[in-house]
Design a protein around this ligand. Structure first.
Ligand code: NAD
Length: 486
């Protein structure tokens, strides 16, 4: 790490503050969680899950094959009428119990999430795990009030929900999907991402501890082939997918002609718009949080930074100085701001797009920090002189890389922010309340943050427009995709 220049000349060095992993109770090997028990795969395989910060294997995990998926769907189908037939208050109690058990095992879940995925433990401890518990608490409360969530109409569950999640927020994305599905009386078969299956498997243990009826929730790790087979299973009644736009399109095509409702939470290239009247130091903190949170592996990351020309130089100088103070390294160190890139493949994807940015003529600045010798790392990076047509201004990089564009007027800011095939999120930084609302209502994005970024709450709906997908997760809107409403 470079020695930061400070206003006072005093440099505060940090001592290492490693979080212990001694309390973590991981097994050497995990089966598939089907029918309330861990089973050996029938026709699947076993794969080691690797710590991206060390490249060391953590545990062996079963990946489901087609026969395993059939068994999981059959178990979920058999359990569904009983689950839907429970008094709604009792379904809520199970979810409440799961939420409490997540809280009880929060420290362990946070450490495992950081070991398996590379994210700083400060984030898994303060964001991922508390929010996952909060989603179960939230939907526990909805279980006996479903019709109030849909305007007082009659509701019924859909049946068996097939759910596929990505690797960037493994337990949190699982909670976003499982909690509303179960609250509505559906049963669920969830496929975690291939690089981050562990916290979902710990959630399976939590379900056992909560005595969730057998078959109500199945956890079937696997790669893209497992996901592709799951959405093609004849016994499913609903598909909910979070991941890339390319895979979302493939799933949509696979479901064509079938009466299986679909929700897609896909990629993004979200604009973070800074006006000249904004509190600039506060905006810089928001920009950092918007793009470097979780190494930029965030679907709604503020990866297109639009700055009003009159303050662009000033904001870029402040941002660059702030970036020099980011602590990059061991995800289990409590001082770390930017952890490991999730996988070698993702690192290669980032490197490829960054070289494309340089090749197209944008100016790259990467923080000069010491990166560990093993593992997958990418230094926080800023691109200036970016043209709207450059690949780094259009494509999702999904890494700690921000592309800066400028604008002169409010109209130009709106036009540039909306010039994207995506429409997931956006940020607006201004001191003027009326301007913030005016701009926010003109932006084509599912979520618009004002003078903040990357804030999440289980009671708030989240989802996209355009190629960022359709359907909403969170709040009462998140019940709708799991209900038949008459
Ligand atoms: P990905 O689409 O490659 O994988 C996501 C999941 O889909 C994984 O579990 C994977 O195994 C599975 N999968 C892969 N191919 C499949 C197929 N053909 N059929 C069914 N399932 C398949 O995405 P990723 O690289 O793991 O995740 C990053 C992407 O996810 C980014 O584009 C990001 O923006 C998006 N994302 C969106 C949201 C949101 O809420 N909108 C949230 C998080 C991530």
């Amino acid at each position: 790490m470079t020695t930061p220049q400070t206003r006072t000349g005093i440099v505060w060095e940090y001592a290492p503050a490693p979080e212990s992993s001694a309390h973590v109770r991981l097994r050497g090997s995990y089966g598939l969680f089907i029918g309330g028990e861990f089973r050996d795969p029938l026709d699947g395989t076993r794969v080691a899950t690797v710590n991206p910060a060390t490249e060391e294997p953590i545990a062996e995990v079963a990946f489901a094959g087609p026969a395993d998926l059939r068994a999981a769907v059959e178990a979920a189908r058999a359990a569904q009428p009983g689950w839907a037939g429970l008094p709604a208050l009792d379904r809520g109690k199970y979810l409440f119990r799961i939420a409490r058990l997540i809280q009880e095992r929060a420290r362990e879940l946070a450490v495992v999430e950081s070991m398996d995925g590379g994210k700083p433990v400060r984030e898994s401890r303060d964001v991922d795990i508390p929010l996952a518990a909060a989603h179960f608490f939230h939907y526990a409360g909805w279980a006996d009030k479903l019709s109030y969530g849909v305007g007082g109409r009659e509701v019924a569950p859909l049946g068996v929900a097939a759910q596929i999640v990505p690797w960037n927020f493994p337990l949190l994305m699982a909670a976003w999907k499982l909690a509303p599905a179960l609250a509505c009386g559906n049963t669920a078969v969830l496929k975690p991402a291939e690089t981050t299956p562990l916290t979902a498997l710990l959630l399976a243990e939590i379900c056992q501890e909560a005595e969730l009826p057998e078959g109500v929730m199945a956890i079937v790790p696997g790669d893209g082939r497992t996901g592709a087979a799951l959405v093609r299973e004849p016994g499913i009644d609903k598909v909910a997918f979070t991941g890339s736009t390319a895979v979302g399109k493939d799933i949509q095509a696979a479901l064509a002609g079938r009466a299986v409702p679909l929700t897609l939470e896909l990629g993004g290239k979200s604009a973070n718009v800074v006006f000249e009247d904004a509190a600039l130091d506060q905006a810089v903190e928001g920009i950092v949080n918007g793009i470097f949170f979780n190494q930029g592996h965030v679907c709604c990351a503020g990866s297109r930074l639009l700055i009003q020309e009159s303050v662009a130089e000033q904001v870029i100088a402040k941002l660059w100085a702030r970036m020099g103070r980011l602590r990059v390294g061991d995800p289990l160190d409590k001082n770390t701001d930017v952890g490991a890139i999730n996988s070698r493949e993702q690192l290669e994807r980032i490197e490829e797009l960054v070289s494309a940015g340089e090749g197209e003529g944008a100016v790259r600045r990467s923080v000069a920090c010491e990166l560990p010798e093993r593992g997958y790392w990418f230094a926080p990076t800023l691109f200036t002189e970016v043209a709207p047509a450059h690949r780094i201004a259009v494509e999702e990089i999904f890494g700690p890389v921000v592309s800066v564009l400028t604008f002169r007027t409010q109209a130009e800011a709106i036009q540039k922010a909306n010039a994207s095939p995506y429409g997931l999120a956006a940020g607006v930084w201004t001191d003027k309340g009326a301007k913030a609302f005016e701009v926010a209502s003109a932006l084509q994005a599912g979520v618009v943050w004002q003078n903040t970024y990357n804030r999440f709450d289980p009671s708030a709906a989240f989802g996209g427009y355009k190629e960022s997908g359709f359907g909403r997760e969170g709040g009462p809107a998140g019940l709708r995709p799991y209900l038949r409403v008459s």
